[in-house]
Design a protein around this ligand. Structure first.
Ligand code: CTP
Length: 473
């Protein structure tokens, strides 16, 4: 380990920082995520480097920029006393070492200059407090006052200070603890876990955007369920995703139980994560059953029902995105659509007719493949026979989709008869009959009564128009 990180430090940028520090007569260290990821040999380690200066981080950044041949622009964030410059495709952030005191209901710290040790103290986790010297006399020395290397080896998330202090200083760190535990498959030390549970309510002072950032990182991990279980157990999840928590639990009436839809959902998310890195498809999996809590009923004859939960769920997606201040754009519409259609291929699997397949292709459009991936991930039965059977059914559905697609080309199809044509043909002003005729033609195509072509559609329109008492001019 020792030799490797020293090799990395031969990279040009560190030499420039060393030189700039010498000129300014201050000490500098590379700290935080870069050191952690480097020791773990994580690929992304070189994208973002944090440098701490014992002195002014801004001045150090400016000096480094001056020395660099391409003289990059230095971005200065005065309020935080930090500066950033880009070196090739790496963002290098400079900050002066500080001891911070936080006001109790805000994230904005009052900054006071401090020593390296004081700076390390105020960082979130022992594994993020590791620093490597960039000073000429001690170049490459590792400064690890809290046993961060040991925690990296043992896979432990632990705060340098009393966790109650670290978390209440910046409550987002509770999310970060869970996010790192999920990304790295580490264990959160018990003391820390207890402190998260105790301070969970303080997440409310954190902006939704920062929370969502962490949620995305959890959702993009190899096994997101680990993070969501921790978020739920510590009481964080209910503060920003109560719709998911509402799925937890199993009710029993007259000896009939339904499955725990929270844990089922997490299994689906893990399953889909093996097939796709697409954040929004993973979101769709996470939210596909949220309509089940508000629609849950027990019917004496048929047992537990979740009538129209897909429809209700897709409406809930909008409110949820809005509350989390996530963009209400095409991505949101995509999630809504997948939630709405999430059971359609399942119904199909029971009886695959051409017209039902055509309708599904028409409704799903280009998202049909994603929908199938979702449905396959949704199979969580522990009964091996059923598991195989459901997968086989979906294979048939996929096969049928392919056949129908090749034959009928209904994906993204625009019905061949337009409103304008109807108006011209029958000399109409805008009126209800136009919609009725258009819909009749579309239905006839999807039902397979006529082909998806202009001539057949036109003739069909003439017949239907007669039924409505319309005369061609
Ligand atoms: N840090 C902290 N508390 C926070 C955020 C960051 O103490 N709420 C410190 C940690 O030392 C962290 C460093 O600032 O390592 C850099 O933070 P950031 O870039 O957000 O995270 P990384 O640790 O680099 O990890 P990642 O890039 O995966 O987010």
């Amino acid at each position: 380990m020792q030799r490797d990180y020293k090799e990395a430090l031969t990279e040009d940028i560190f030499k420039y920082i060393t030189e700039a520090s010498e000129l300014l007569k201050l000490e500098s260290y590379v700290i935080g995520g870069f050191v952690r990821d480097f020791l773990l040999q994580r690929k992304k380690s070189a994208k973002d480097i944090d440098i701490v200066a014992v002195g002014s981080g801004i001045k150090l950044a400016q000096k480094v920029a001056e020395l660099l041949p391409n003289k990059p622009k230095v971005q200065i964030f005065k309020t935080y006393g930090t500066a950033m410059l880009r070196f090739e495709d790496v963002e290098i952030e400079f900050v002066g070492a500080r001891k911070e005191s936080y006001t109790s209901n805000s994230r904005n710290p009052e900054v006071e200059a401090g020593t390296l040790e004081e700076d390390q103290n105020r960082r979130d986790f022992t594994i993020n407090a590791l620093a490597i010297s960039l000073n000429k006399s001690t170049y490459g020395a590792m400064l690890d006052p809290f046993g961060g290397i040991e925690d990296l080896k043992r896979g432990i998330i632990k705060t340098p200070l009393d966790p109650n202090v670290t978390y209440s200083d910046d409550p987002l760190r509770m999310m970060r603890a869970i996010r790192f535990a999920t990304q790295l498959d580490f264990k959160i030390e018990q003391n820390s876990l207890d402190a998260i549970a105790k301070n969970a309510h303080r997440i409310d002072i954190i902006t939704r955007e920062r929370i969502v950032d962490e949620l995305h990182k959890i959702l993009l991990s190899t096994k997101p369920s680990k993070g969501f279980v921790l978020l739920e157990k510590t009481g964080l999840l209910k503060r920003f995703l109560p719709e998911l928590v509402a799925l937890k639990g199993i009710d029993e009436v007259q000896g009939q139980k339904h499955k725990d839809n929270f844990y089922h959902t997490l299994e689906v998310v893990d399953n889909i994560s093996k097939k796709t890195d697409d954040l929004w498809l993973r979101w769709s999996a996470l939210l596909h059953d949220i309509g089940k809590a508000p629609t849950k009923r027990f019917d004496k004859k048929i047992g537990w029902t979740f009538h129209a939960h897909e429809f209700v769920g897709s409406k809930m997606v909008y409110k949820l995105f809005k509350r989390l201040k996530m963009p209400l754009n095409d991505k949101m519409k995509y999630v809504q659509k997948l939630v709405l259609l999430s059971s359609r291929p399942v119904i199909l699997a029971e009886e695959v007719t051409d017209s039902a397949v055509r309708r599904l292709i028409f409704d799903a459009g280009d998202d049909i493949e994603d929908l199938m991936i979702h449905c396959e991930a949704d199979i969580t039965t522990k009964n091996a026979k059923k598991f195989k059977q459901y997968h086989n059914n979906f294979k048939l559905v996929r096969q049928k989709i392919k056949e129908v697609e090749e034959r009928d080309r209904v994906r993204n199809f625009q019905p061949p008869i337009s409103g304008e044509l109807i108006m011209e043909t029958f000399n109409l002003k805008p009126c209800r009959e136009i919609g009725v005729l258009k819909e009749a033609v579309k239905e006839a195509i999807l039902e397979g009564e006529i082909k998806n072509d202009f001539e057949e559609a036109y003739q069909y329109m003439l017949v239907k128009a007669e039924d409505l008492g319309l005369k061609k001019i």
